[in-house]
Design a protein around this ligand. Sequence first.
Ligand code: ARG
Length: 464
Amino acid sequence: MTDTSKGQKMWGGRFSDKPSDIMQAINVSIGFDKRMAAQDVRGSKAHADMLAACAIITDTDNAAIQEGLDDILAEIESGRFPYRDEFEDIHLNIEARLSELIGETAGRLHTARSRNDQVATDFRLWVRDRLDGFSESLAELQRALLGQADAHADILMPGFTHLQVAQPVTFGHHMLAYVEMFGRDRARFKDARTRMNECPLGAAALAGTPYPIDRDMTSTALGFRAPMANSLDAVSARDFALEALSAASICATHLSRLAEEIVIWTSAQFAFVSLSDKFTTGSSIMPQKRNPDAAELVRAKVGRISGALISLTMVMKGLPLAYSKDMQEDKEPVFEAFDALSLALAAMTGMAADLSPNKANMEAAAGSAFSTATDLADWLVRELGIPFRQAHHATGEIVALAERQNKALHAVSLKDMQNIKPQIHEGIYGVLSPKNSAASRTSFGGTAPDNVRAQIKLWQKRLS
Ligand code: ARG
């Protein structure tokens, strides 16, 4: 029988009394760190193999440990693993279970390691897996947006500044703006992954260990690039989680911007796009309603995700080296933020594929509010050689006139325009349509449909 089966703490050798219920309650983390169970087993298997390879434990003991850990993994995966509060955290739960399954040999597993390097390793493995998942989900989202851009590349819509109609753009161009944004988010997750991919295992409690361990072996077995070079840093670093959270937070911010646009675009006043029954909900009192709840919730998720970043930043601030129990508070914000981001990405990908643009409304709006006034000013510069500032002023007068006459710019008579600038001729009407306006924006990165199609091709190649 092992110590633990008598209800004693794993670390209870020097203690004669039991902890108070409150001590137990504030200390226990199994309720949430059980999510790292598979990573903990993985780390332990690599560690035991290394101990055997370095002749620190026997091959027979290692075989028993490996078998026990495999059984535990099977229990975890099938939901049969008995998580118990009295063993505090996932590390002690698994070790206790191992000793129930294989007896005293289980006690050899913890040679040359500590829960401090163990938890740092498990958490890195967990975060790393999720970062890989985000890269994939972001690519899916990009593909959905690209699909919209491709299908509706030259639908005209107003481009906005200050949410006021500014200049005509194409829907394809607007979709591609988000494809670019989410591309940078992916790159941030990838960078974070590269930087975090070093192995803390073998740093032990804080100072390293006198056993002749092989840290390269465990590092390689767990898919890390190299062992972390400083044992104090290895057990106390959580910037990998902070960096992942800040990438998540920026990504959630981007999602919230697109979500906001969907909320605006689906309103009756805009009616630029519609969402199907799949991504909308009804009202319990107003039978006519179709609400963009999914978009609103995606817009809101950034609150928790950004909150998690602040929360962990505050936990880590001012912590002396090396490990402090404060760091047990690192996991919940990350778990919560990553779950929220996964769901938000899935919902946004669903909406991005689902939405259908209303060409007539978008194109009507594209020509509203004198959206081609800049084109008029540019024409005056190009055709009449007037300095831009003067052209801007004359255009302002023409806009004011159109406003008084309650007309669109292209409906103002040539005579009226000539009253303001006598040299204006018929040619002006060539640039006043939203279509010509958009088509003229051929500078690199501009909204001209030809540009947009070229960018779509590029992204299709990158994402295939
Ligand atoms: N549950 C702990 C955590 O999440 C594991 C490390 C405990 N280490 C210690 N020295 N008490 O941080």
